[in-house]
Design a protein around this ligand. Structure first.
Ligand SMILES: CC(=O)N[C@H]1[C@@H](OP(=O)(O)OP(=O)(O)OC[C@H]2O[C@@H](n3ccc(=O)[nH]c3=O)[C@H](O)[C@@H]2O)O[C@H](CO)[C@@H](O)[C@@H]1O[C@H](C)C(=O)N[C@@H](C)C(=O)N[C@H](CCC(=O)O)C(=O)O
Ligand SMILES: Nc1ncnc2c1ncn2[C@@H]1O[C@H](COP(=O)(O)OP(=O)(O)OP(=O)(O)O)[C@@H](O)[C@H]1O
Length: 514
């Protein structure tokens, strides 16, 4: 239910016609004005426009009518209700456009930085918010996988359920943010958001493409890698300025996609300073690692082109989160924040003081190893984390505790096994959101890709027990990574979110006595 704004049938019809989405309106007069919009019948109250979408059942529309819906919008005509319908060719696109209009296009008052990429979206978004909060006195809204922030106080922070919310929810949040005096937004945009048109019609001031590697391919997600890449590329087509990572794959494709709608002077590229660094396009910002340790990083950023120099961000920056891959995430945040007006001292503060729940959280023990809680849950991320730890602990043992999700991301099992096989000394395979599958079978499918004569591999179903055994048996100098669940405090099992203590809480208690 959203009682914050209004829209007339006439305004809706103009919008739908502009986008060639209207098939039929059953209204005899277009002067009717809606007080609410909703896509869930349970949230409908008086004079609401109800959207019928997704795995929809006609009974939901009856329910919506009963609760006060005065019209519905849908891709087909329903004859089980008396209220008129507005019939469209694509309900997801129509809902996004109508939601933005209903809330008076809040994006016009909320300059937005949007991140996409297979890995690093949340971390980069948190870095960026921490920087811009310095520049704009905490008036920066956030739409991330972990939290949604629509105002400056703690009551304005809620846990997110999707990386990118449904369009109606996104525009509701943006509207609330504007009402609460926020003046910028940092958001994560998933490939699913484009696949499902959750951000249709939305443009960003700055769009960042961090990286892409195969993930989210399979039933209910993307049929092919090409589809995954295409969906993610839409972020560039919808951004006024684009930032690309020279160290990722597909740079040429990405550059030309960006250039289709963005002038080259507004396309920026960043990359690590390497001898083998050769790209078809000039790199604007080079960075090099001055220090990357088990607890932090230090980088130097150097502008290489005239347009880059105009941002004045050359210098040395300390990054409070370990992991060499976080250096690139930090540079992305520094550049985007500077494009939004941040000064070097604000960038310096933000990068040094960002913490991201469940991302490279460090727990030290006195007599045993150092423990990391990290959200790595596919080949790309686990490989990055394990390679980093292996490099840091040439003599210590690298142990990983992980499982993999059931009913989705099936190909992650092979990736996790491969990453473990390449870089770990020891693995405890355990439970991670098994859904309707048997966690032991999932573990077996991970283990199928591990040479167990080389990597000491054990299955322990109970995640807490697996963590406890790995940490308490570790020795000084060993590194242990509890991977995959990050900040989650539940296990998805058979359609339920079963409460779970959380990796961080378990490790925090454990290390007290060690
Ligand atoms: C496959 C998919 O995209 N599903 C999303 C979609 O579901 P849906 O429209 O089919 O909704 P549904 O739950 O089947 O119900 C159908 C409709 O009936 C309505 N309803 C239902 C019950 C009722 O009593 N009355 C009623 O009106 C519902 O509100 C809904 O509008 O719309 C819902 C919100 O409107 C989303 O929560 C849901 O995301 C599912 C749960 C999901 O987890 N999606 C993942 C794959 C996802 O999007 N992940 C990405 C990250 C991955 C990436 O990086 O690509 C993300 O952005 O989070
Ligand atoms: N730039 C990067 N390259 C490779 N791995 C990364 C990078 N940044 C973060 N990671 C790894 O990926 C994990 C997830 O990071 P983060 O939450 O920032 O990414 P995300 O894109 O939001 O992920 P997801 O889509 O899975 O929510 C981290 O815990 C870390 O292990």
């Amino acid at each position: 239910m959203h009682k914050l704004a209004q829209i007339t049938v006439a305004e809706i019809l103009v919008l739908l016609n502009e986008h060639n989405l209207l098939l039929e309106s059953q209204f005899s007069s277009s002067s009717h004005r809606f007080d609410q919009i909703a896509y869930n019948s349970k949230l409908v109250t008086d004079n609401c426009l109800f959207f019928c979408k997704g795995n929809f059942k006609p009974a939901y529309l009856m329910d919506a009518q009963k609760h006060g819906a005065t019209a519905y919008m849908s891709e087909k005509v329903y004859r089980n209700v008396e209220i008129p319908g507005i019939i469209v060719t694509n309900i997801q696109k129509a809902m996004s456009l109508v939601s933005a209009a209903f809330f008076g296009f809040p994006q016009d008052k909320l300059p937005t930085i949007a991140y996409t990429g297979t890995k690093g979206k949340t971390t980069s978004a948190y870095f960026t918010k921490a920087i811009l909060d310095q520049t704009y006195q905490r008036k920066v809204a956030l739409s991330s996988t972990i939290n949604t922030v629509v105002g400056p106080t703690s009551k304005d922070v809620v846990k997110s359920s999707l990386t990118t919310p449904e369009s109606l929810d996104l525009f509701t949040n943006m509207h609330k943010a504007v009402q609460n005096g926020m003046n910028h937004l940092v958001m994560e945009v998933s490939s699913q958001a484009y696949k499902k048109n959750r951000v249709y019609g939305l443009h960003y001031d700055v769009g960042v493409f961090l990286n892409i590697s195969p993930d989210h391919i399979g039933r209910n997600e993307h049929p092919t890698f090409a589809d995954y890449l295409h969906c993610k590329e839409q972020l560039l087509v919808n951004s006024n300025a684009c930032l690309l990572n020279a160290d990722g794959t597909h740079l040429t494709d990405l550059y030309y996609t960006a250039k289709a709608t963005t002038q080259p002077e507004n396309i920026y590229i960043y990359g690590r300073d390497r001898n083998d660094q050769e790209t078809e396009f000039p790199i604007d910002f080079m960075y090099k690692s001055l220090e990357d340790s088990l607890t932090e990083n230090e980088i130097q950023i150097t502008s290489k082109t005239e347009k880059a120099k105009k941002l004045h961000i050359d210098g040395v920056y300390h990054i409070g989160i370990p992991g060499d891959y976080n250096e690139g995430n930090a540079v992305a945040a520094a550049v985007t924040s500077a494009l939004m007006g941040a000064k070097p001292n604000e960038i310096e503060y933000g990068l040094a003081n960002t913490t991201v729940p469940g991302r490279m959280e460090i727990y030290q023990t006195k007599e045993h190893g150092t423990v990391y809680v990290d959200y790595a849950h596919n080949y790309g991320s686990l490989h990055s984390v394990l390679e980093f730890l292996k490099k840091q602990a040439p003599t210590g043992k690298v142990t990983v505790i992980t499982g993999s999700t059931g009913d989705k991301g099936i190909d992650r099992r092979e990736g996790l096994g491969k990453a473990i096989d390449e870089s770990a000394d020891q693995a405890y395979l355990t439970t991670d959101d098994p859904a309707t599958e048997d966690p032991k079978q999932i573990a077996k499918e991970i283990a199928d890709h591990i040479d167990t004569s080389k990597v000491d591999t054990t299955y322990i179903a109970d995640r807490k027990q697996a963590i406890t055994k790995a940490v308490s048996e570790s020795k000084k100098g060993d590194l242990i990574v509890v991977a995959g669940k990050g900040h989650d405090e539940f296990q998805k099992m058979n359609g339920h979110n079963v409460p779970y203590e959380g990796d961080s809480a378990i490790v925090q208690n454990l290390v007290k006595g060690l």
